[in-house]
Design a protein around this ligand. Structure first.
Ligand SMILES: O=C([O-])C(=O)C[C@H](O)[C@@H](O)C(=O)[O-]
Length: 392
């Protein structure tokens, strides 16, 4: 079997553009994966295309050899977009191999140790602040709306949610995201008393709404320096977060924060290789390691999870895109003995589910591991074309 064609699809996902790679083989079998051009991924599609040229006429069932070759080709500029492009190709190869064998991807890695994954409603409130008009829901305008949304989460069976910093000022609600260069507050990324008070109010409102036993988490993303993260972690101790998430580039700073607070800390979503994860794990810097299969590729994700397991650290998946990326994360969560929680995006524009032949099954706060061949979620090419946007 040989790869004979590579195609990429850029699709309107309402909240964010969605990017898919399709590799077709001479046997007629095709495999899919997802990558993302948001969060610093501009131009990634071109790198994917360039890398695909180097795997033409290669057998996709040799996915480990493909991954190693792509890593080698990008050695002098490893990580970053090169790693994400290689991951997209490896992940599409695994989809082909699963389909060729008639088994889910998780079977190729020893099989699932669970078939339902406790999951958390992620980006809670963020999408309703930014893009309620795409979601067919009422916009989130004030803290009372966030409390009402929390009741919605509990009544839908969720036991965990993760929110981001949402500000409800006189000028209207907004997502505080200077770490991604989208907001005032960067590049210095300071925390002042007003911001800290707003964060405390957001979390106390959610805690009051969901009760003491519900798992509440807050993602600070890249929005604060270590001093700010530490202050927030300590200030939120009374609200007993399930975890506070932060992406800090230095393992020692992260470890110092973890030592200084009773709030459990999570990190590492952008760390796509064991080499970079090791300093955090060796320094006891995290309670939970976040792994993104879309960014790291399934092979390295499995190895990252094993490395975290050696330090008795459990993993969460990182998911922020379409159901295909979620399915890829679910396969990792299905096999990792040291699994904690699966991230899911519940708020999505109505047409996004229709981009796929199958849908994700979420009930009672758990996601069913997709059990069909390959990733178990197949894009509907006709629907992708209907919602296509111009390729960058
Ligand atoms: O941790 C995450 O899921 C991200 O960093 C995703 C971002 O929040 C992204 O979805 C955004 O800001 O639109």
């Amino acid at each position: 079997m040989q790869i004979v064609k590579a195609e990429r699809f850029l699709v309107d996902g309402g909240i964010k553009p969605l990017c898919f790679l399709k590799l077709t083989t001479d046997s007629g079998l095709a495999g899919w994966s997802e990558y993302s051009e948001i969060l610093g991924g501009a131009g990634l599609g071109h790198i994917v295309e360039q890398m695909c040229a180097s795997v033409m006429h290669v057998d996709p069932r040799d996915s480990a050899r493909v991954a190693q070759r792509l890593e080698g080709l990008a050695r002098s500029a490893s990580g970053g977009l090169n790693a994400q492009a290689a991951a997209a190709i490896e992940n599409a190869c695994l989809d082909i191999k699963g389909k060729a064998l008639g088994i889910p991807v998780y079977e190729m890695f020893g099989g699932a140790v669970r078939d339902r994954l406790p999951c958390y409603w992620s980006h809670f409130g963020m999408y309703r602040v930014r893009a309620a008009h795409h979601l067919g829901v009422a916009p989130l305008r004030q803290l009372a709306d966030l409390a009402a949304m929390a009741h919605e989460a509990t009544s839908r069976g969720f036991r965990f949610l993760k929110t981001n910093v949402l500000l409800f000022g006189a000028e209207g609600p907004r997502v505080y995201m200077p770490g991604f260069g989208r907001d005032l507050g960067g590049p210095e990324l300071n925390l002042d008393g007003v911001l800290l008070e707003a964060i405390e109010l957001q979390i106390s409102t959610l805690r009051d709404a969901v009760g003491p036993a519900f798992g509440l988490a807050l993602d600070l993303n890249f929005n604060f320096k270590p001093a700010g993260v530490r202050r927030i972690a300590q200030a939120l101790e009374p609200y007993k977060l399930a975890w506070l998430e932060s992406d800090l580039p230095d393992a020692k700073s992260m470890a110092a924060i973890r030592q200084a607070t009773r709030t459990p800390m999570a990190s590492l979503e952008t760390v796509v290789h064991r080499r970079s994860a090791l300093p955090y794990l060796a320094a006891d810097a995290v309670d939970y390691a976040i792994i993104d299969v879309m960014w790291a590729g399934m092979g390295e994700s499995v190895r990252l999870a094993a490395l975290a397991g050696a330090y008795d650290v459990n993993i969460n998946s990182h998911v922020f895109s379409s159901p295909l990326a979620a399915a890829m994360g679910a396969h990792l969560c299905a096999i990792a003995p040291n699994f904690h929680l699966m991230e899911v995006d519940v708020d999505a524009p109505p047409w996004v589910a229709g981009l796929f032949f199958q849908s994700l099954q979420i009930s009672d706060g758990t996601l069913a591991v997709p059990a069909g061949p390959g990733w178990g979620i197949e894009p509907n090419e006709e629907a992708l074309r209907q919602h296509a946007i111009a390729k960058t």
